[in-house]
Ligand binder design. Sequence first.
Ligand code: HEM
Length: 538
Amino acid sequence: AAPAPVSPTGRDTGADPTLAAQGGEYLTTAHGSRRSDTDHSLKAGRRGPVLLQDHHFREKISHFDHERIPERVVHARGAGAHGVFRSYGTASRISSAAVFGKDVETPVFVRFSTVLGSRGSADLARDTRGFATKFYTSEGTWDLVGNNIPVFFIQDAIKFPDVIHAGKPHPDREIPQAQSAHDTFWDFVSLHTEAQHHTIWNMSDRAIPRSYRTMEGFGVHTFRLLDDEGGSVLVKFHWKPKLGVHSVLWEEAQIANGMDPDVHRRDLADAIEAGAHPEWELGVQVFEDNEEQMFEGIDLLDPTKIVPEELAPVQPVGLMTLDRNPSNYFAETEQVAFNPNNLVRGIDVTNDPLLQGRLFSYLDTQLSRLGGPNWTQLPINRPHAPVNDMLRDGMHQTAVHTGVAPYHPNTLDGNNPFPAEEPARPFIDHPAPVAESVKERGAPASFDDHYSQARLFWLSMSDVEKEHIAQAYTFELGKCWEQSVKERQLQSLANIDAKLCAVVAEGLGLPAPRPTVEHGRIEPSPALSQIGGQWPLD
Ligand code: HEM
């Protein structure tokens, strides 16, 4: 049997040794033919030339030539860990998903990431962090593909290539965070003012977390949970770190990026190896699934909006513990394929137009990133539930399918792998009405308010946090060359808060503009907190 993989420090990583690829005692070719020399190529005489017939040489070089796969188009830089999710059972009242049953333990794999940097970029860039969790449930895989910031830059997935093009390195020099790249980012967010809420979070300390272990995670979109009786509620998912939320100072981030660009992946791996297993509590904000899908004037389908926790409390549903490091970065952290389509009975999506676009994008990008349609067979992506699909063949197929009739129903396969009847507990397609409407491309009027929640965030900050935010805007906008871009962003800041705008304008040596929209006001009332409490889970 293959030896159990060990970490660089000699500890047993706990990985399954039967999955280890290299079990032989002798050096061989990929076909198992033993070799005595892997240091010298076969030549005509000692001084060459090298002979074409040297298969070992060609195989070794050729395999190396093809070692790389495309990095993710976003979230290329990441670190992962295995763990377990223990459900409290509180959510079983609102969802039939097995993963929410009382005391049910579900294996998980989590990948944390930055969004914009390339695979080799530094961990402590000012950026949003990905927080993607794969739950290997007994009823199939559920992926909760979230971020550490509860809102997103755009309201419609058709804008995703645009926002990413604006944030990635400028096409001429390919220098991340170069002066020119600052211009494109600020050009975009000042032209698309729905991005202002996410942007102020990015200018806050949340965008330079101390550790992955001290980050919150958010599903961002509103999801739908369904029970066995046909009932449904709308929810927003939250991960709350047991260690609390902590950040570094910008100066610390700069130093860490220079001295230890792997600071976050090292911190995560070291903590797990030392037995300090990080924990997050999963919680839900619960809302009535009514026709409007609004809550206190907030459109639940608008991914640029939060619902303040004072209005709808986050109710805990389970605890996640990360307790095992990957034993091979490529096989696990790189080849893992998260996908918001991976849903299980009792958990479904809503009509949030950003989420709807994601349902296409992940599957599509993984076709090229992982080389064809069979990445679900990679060990890290394999469900921990029985699979009986009718998907066949294709690039990188490794399964040996039996039977002659891969269609349903059929009468030919004696050991019929395709049951004629629907399986017990099938996926629930929620019968939601679709608005009687004409085809159109516009956004609903309820998506129009772009400033009130950015203002809410600003006003909820302490003085020190406000200082950091103003400094970050000044520093980052100071890197723009185009004065018109800075002026347009200052206009957005004026619409968020006059004081914030004045401080940043002074730092940039520009006049502070007057606001062009009324500040939105959100004032919690006692009645509102009662509404949030309408759905107590315990
Ligand atoms: C990757 C989160 C919006 C396309 C990721 C990852 C996360 C994430 C965490 C990294 C997954 C991993 O670790 O492998 C989010 C969140 C969004 C959002 C929270 C909004 C709320 C979008 C949108 C699109 C998109 C609107 C496209 C329309 C992608 C793509 C990848 C990705 C193509 C790379 C996937 C891969 O190569 O495996 N996203 N994303 N995302 N996201 Fe998003």
